[in-house]
Design a protein around this ligand. Sequence first.
Ligand SMILES: NC(=O)c1ccc[n+]([C@@H]2O[C@H](COP(=O)([O-])OP(=O)(O)OC[C@H]3O[C@@H](n4cnc5c(N)ncnc54)[C@H](O)[C@@H]3O)[C@@H](O)[C@H]2O)c1
Length: 366
Amino acid sequence: MKVGAKIKKSSKNNRIHSIHSIHNKRLTLDNTIYIQRGCCSCHKGVSGCGANGRVILIAPIIIDFIIYMIINKMVIPIFQYLNFFFLIICAIILLEDRRDNMNKLENKVAIITGGAMGNGLGIAKVFLKYGASIVVLDYAEEIRESLKNLREEFPDSTISGYQVDIRDKEKVQACVDAIAGKYGHIDILVNNAGVCRLETFEKMDDELRDFHFDINIKGTWNVTKVVVPYMKKNQESSIINLSSVTGPMVADSGEVAYATTKAAIIGFTKALAMELVHDHIRVNAIMPGYIMTPMVEGMAKETNSDSPEEVVNGIAKGIPMGRLGTIEELGELTAFLASQESSYITGQGIVIDGGSTLPETMSMGV
Ligand SMILES: NC(=O)c1ccc[n+]([C@@H]2O[C@H](COP(=O)([O-])OP(=O)(O)OC[C@H]3O[C@@H](n4cnc5c(N)ncnc54)[C@H](O)[C@@H]3O)[C@@H](O)[C@H]2O)c1
């Protein structure tokens, strides 16, 4: 059956789908059931439903096999084939698990802010890999080139984007209304767009301070504000905010404005998670250490314009894993928080930093 197809709920085979779809409360008004995928692996169900799907898949095979053996008086020879039989069962389970995982964002519509480059682009790629439809919001010119490349890399996926500044409330509202009109639902919001410019507290003027506050805090606020009413119509949704270890946990000099905004994002995440928990909207934050992106390249240049590579190498040396993270690694964590795999996680800040916030001292140890 074609993925995402509608079926009538009367046929015998479809009863299993019906049970699971009702479980997921995905019944539509015309009394048809919207199937998320071809079979009843129930990746969208409440926790435990995936395992039930497997039992439903395997149980008839076992029962059929036993009945066949009894009818043909082959109960004793069955033991000769037992190894082979269990191998088949294991293969089915493994294939099911793999398919569950690869389709974990199928039929989801995700808005990713700041997706033209860096972390946002990594998140976009990983979401597409897992079957989501994505919409990128970014104010940079590069959005055109990035969307073109994404469409080439994922020709079967639904990819769109708007060149918009998240500080502009009216334009953000218009974009989000258009997205909801086009897709009918918005399931995932990744508030990733953010900026960081290094300057000491004493030298930083109000304009540069507000540049950080307006994008990192108010921009995130603007997009979330207009997306939440749409999410309230869903059975489940997920908001993921990009915070940082900088601010809530650690900081270097020159990061006062940035650190303030990233700490604020943790407060925003927790309070919003409490308000939206009964609307089945989970809200979590990601707290990255250093991920190799244009932002980090820019900060390295600000620190040492003659040799930014030296700065990056120095950062890597200070990280227990000896390297910066990749945008794909960050994308995988974001996809986990966007998917049903994290269905019992809300209001949390999850650190992804190669152990950079781990060392208690730089000198103690054997
Ligand atoms: N890279 C890291 O090491 C790191 C660490 C911790 C947190 N983060 C967070 O991850 C997020 C992404 O960072 P990155 O390193 O990929 O940065 P980046 O500068 O490489 O990319 C940021 C993207 O956001 C877009 N953007 C910025 N302001 C915008 C606005 N007003 N409207 C629309 N789009 C806007 C930019 O055009 C760009 O495409 C940020 O929130 C950042 O604070 C990054």
